[in-house]
Design a protein around this ligand. Sequence first.
Ligand SMILES: [Zn+2]
Length: 257
Amino acid sequence: MTRIGIIGGSGLEALLKGTRIVRVGTPYGPAPWISVGSVGKEEVAFLPRHGPKHDLPPHKVNYRANIHALKQIGVERIIATNAVGGINSEYNPGDLSIPDDIIDMTKSRTTTFFDSSPVTHIDFSQPYCPELRKALLDSSKGSKVKMWNTSVLAATEGPRYETPAEIRMLEKLGGDLVGMTGAPETFLARELEMCYATLCFISNRAAGKQAKLSAVEVMDIGKRLMPEIVAIIRKTAESIPVKRTCNCGRATHEAQV
Ligand SMILES: [Zn+2]
């Protein structure tokens, strides 16, 4: 049974041993190829968010197909990774964070599976699974990299970077981090009663806080931090109890009108 799914960019395949490729169709279109392999005793799935060739920009990712495909192969817990900018001036490029809240500022994405009757309103008082967040935080103890254990992620549309005025606005709204892929993944996962948490790596200071932003800088920091990210996710996959004790598996209870 593949209970744990990972969504992220290239480099994370290194986690898996004895990998096989799984193709899954969904009512929302095909998902990218999913790699399934072992991490210790655990069978784990890896889904490349932007496709295997990284040719899907953030606003064109088929988020519903990705989450639905992982659900179909039995995934109950999703560990995501996101490259983000650090709005909070205490955060430095090269730091990690596991956000506990999110502001969705995306514009063109379908953010729900519940498009028709029965009208369904899911609770997002805790936007990320507390159990999975704790497992990631526990697994990062002893890491050489600075970890911020609570933060608010502001999700923007992309693919362009934000303007300085947009960053000042997000900062006033309480955003600590900014990235283009945080939403709607966490919402869709909860709607399908899956646990979801994300390990964010801070790859720049946000617009207006450094001279300019570059995708090359983001890739370089991602590569530098990848061994640390892989180690934290491996430890989490190996240590998290099989049985879930959070409420994510009952998300649709008492949610329908
Ligand atoms: Zn959960």
